[in-house]
Design a binder for this molecule. Structure first.
Ligand code: MG
Length: 290
């Protein structure tokens, strides 16, 4: 199933997308629950509750305003760095030259704060030149955790996946590099576009799909998740080592080659640009840059 969070009649709603993708059936979630978007649904389902009934007639998708499916994740998003070989390689010629981490047993993991999440169509706002002039896109498949757990072995990790969404791990490269830890350069306001909705794991094989990104219609990234260095089961095993994962937690799996920083000369995002990300079987996430 595909679950969207959207605005309708001045309120935030959560609904199930029709098979043809043109209509949304609002779901009966409590007034407080639906202000949390699809997070409330993921938590309810993880507790073993039934799928909520329909609350009202179907609405055309074209008539609603899609929002980030998890508009305010319950805590920081887990993110993975340099998880495609071709991307790890392209960084060798950039500001990260000399900073290569050997591809070994452990992935690079950092986080983004939940407050930087925005929805489809919302603007990625450049922070101003005095703060950063090196804003870059990163198209990524994100895993949505269903049933929580700690010390989850890779062999059972996929049982904990509710589904998937798209995130754009927007990054201020100069800030990312300056502080050793990446969190600051990854967490500027509006730096985590998410959407267009969630797709459940029974409808999409996240381990074998395609992630593409266009800037102003020009294809920049084109990767296959089967080329992930650390696959989804390994990532869940790694992040859950000694840390409990909760329903609705997000793990962004890393970005393919083709980021703006790796071009010669680098091509940073600028006002008026449009970033479009498509994941096969999931949908399209498009955001303007302001
Ligand atoms: Mg990333």
């Amino acid at each position: 199933m595909r679950i969207a969070t959207f605005g309708w009649g001045g309120q935030r709603r959560v609904g199930r997308l029709s098979t043809d993708g043109t209509e949304l059936t609002p779901l009966a979630l409590g007034d407080r629950a639906r202000t949390r978007g699809a997070l409330a649904l993921i938590e309810a389902l993880a507790e073993g509750r039934e799928m909520p009934a329909a609350a009202g007639p179907r609405l055309p998708v074209s008539a609603v305003r899609l929002q980030a499916p998890l508009p305010r994740p319950r805590r920081n998003l887990w993110c993975v760095g340099r998880n495609y070989r071709a991307h790890a390689k392209e960084l060798a010629g950039t500001i990260f030259s000399g900073d290569e981490k050997p591809i070994d047993r452990w992935p690079i993991v950092f986080t983004k704060v939940p407050e930087c999440v925005i929805g489809p169509g919302e603007a990625i706002v450049l922070p101003g030149r005095s703060i950063s002039e090196q804003i870059d896109y990163e198209a990524e498949l994100a895993v949505v955790i269903g049933r929580g757990g700690v010390n989850i072995p890779a062999s059972r990790a996929m049982d904990h996946v509710w589904g998937y969404t798209i995130v754009n791990d927007v990054t201020a490269r100069d800030v990312q590099q300056r502080h050793v830890q990446w969190d600051l350069g990854k967490s500027f306001d509006t730096f985590c576009p998410m959407g267009p909705w969630l797709v459940s794991a029974d409808e999409l094989n996240g381990q074998d799909t395609r992630v593409r990104c266009w800037v102003n219609g020009e294809l920049r990234q084109d990767g296959a998740t089967r080329d992930l260095i650390f696959g989804i089961p390994q990532l869940i095993e790694t992040v859950s080592r000694g840390i409990t994962l909760y329903p609705g937690d997000l793990i962004a799996t890393g970005t393919p080659a083709g980021v703006g920083m790796a071009m010669d000369p680098p091509r940073w995002l600028k006002p008026g640009d449009t970033v479009r990300i498509e994941v096969d079987g999931l949908g399209v996430l498009e955001n303007p840059v302001r």
